[in-house]
Design a protein around this ligand. Structure first.
Ligand SMILES: O=C[C@H](O)COP(=O)(O)O
Length: 251
């Protein structure tokens, strides 16, 4: 049975003190209840250890937003998957469109990052999604299929089972324009179909696939009610406990 997941991606927001305040407030808000989904917060890398130490990580998973495509060594400024793991984090967001667009992350780079994340016991939250021009030309399915084929479809079935996928149409990220429930459901159903073609129906049925892009307290309920939408990767609305908790409660 696949898991429902609500994962926050704080992106480059919050100082350490602000991040700790947000994480501990969320921890408090979730204490004494059991959400109907797994909850994850993707903090800036420099906050990971402090956040993991300050919250109940059996209730709230901690994610890095990136890791290096190299194991260790002379790569100034980089943070390895092993380092991420050593902070107490258990997830890593990989292939976010902002990383692909602003930091030149190619499929080859992502293959190495995914492999290192898995080798170090991190669950990759692998992001895919098309730009507006692609959607306008109705090329979204082919585009996303190609992204998956060039990266995570290279994995063995055993490794693929450890992956969470997040579909984030670039035109919906931070724009306030959410994909319609139908557009999101159609794409996630398509992704599940191509996973079934590649890895078989059982693995497809057990893969958690999330939607991301202007998901908020108002639209989360309708999105999460769709048969193939197993949760959300939440940017802006993960920065306030009230908003994020309302999304968690949408399950
Ligand atoms: O990783 C999260 C996504 O990029 C969505 O961001 P957003 O909820 O601010 O649109």
């Amino acid at each position: 049975m696949r898991k429902n997941i609500v994962a926050g991606n704080w992106k480059m927001n919050k100082t350490l003190q602000e991040g700790l305040a947000l994480a501990t407030e969320l921890n408090k808000a979730l204490a004494g209840s059991t959400p109907n989904c797994d909850v994850v917060i993707g903090t800036p890398a420099i906050h990971l250890a402090s956040v993991a130490a300050a919250i109940d990580t059996t209730k709230i998973g901690v994610a890095a937003q990136n890791c290096a495509n190299k194991e260790s060594g002379a790569y100034t400024g980089e943070i390895s998957a092993a380092m991420v793991k050593s902070t107490g984090a258990n997830y890593v967001i990989l292939g976010h469109s902002e990383r692909r667009e602003y930091y030149g992350e190619t499929s080859a780079i992502l293959n190495d990052k995914v492999a290192l994340a898995l080798a170090n016991g991190l669950t990759p939250i692998y992001c895919c999604g098309e730009a507006l021009e692609v959607r306008n030309a109705n090329g979204q399915n082919a585009y996303v299929k190609n992204q998956l084929e060039e990266t995570i479809f290279n994995l063995s079935a055993d490794d693929f089972k450890k992956i969470v996928i997040a579909y984030e149409p670039i035109w919906a990220i931070g724009t306030g324009v959410t994909a319609s429930t139908e557009q999101a459901q159609d794409m996630l159903a398509f992704i599940r179909t191509i996973i079934a073609e590649k890895y078989g129906k059982e693995i497809a049925e057990n893969t958690s696939i999330l939607y991301g892009g202007s998901c908020n307290a108002k639209n989360a309920g309708e999105l999460f009610a769709q048969p193939d939408i197993d949760g959300g990767l939440i940017g802006g609305a993960s920065l306030k406990v009230e908003d994020f908790k309302a999304i968690i409660d949408a399950f």
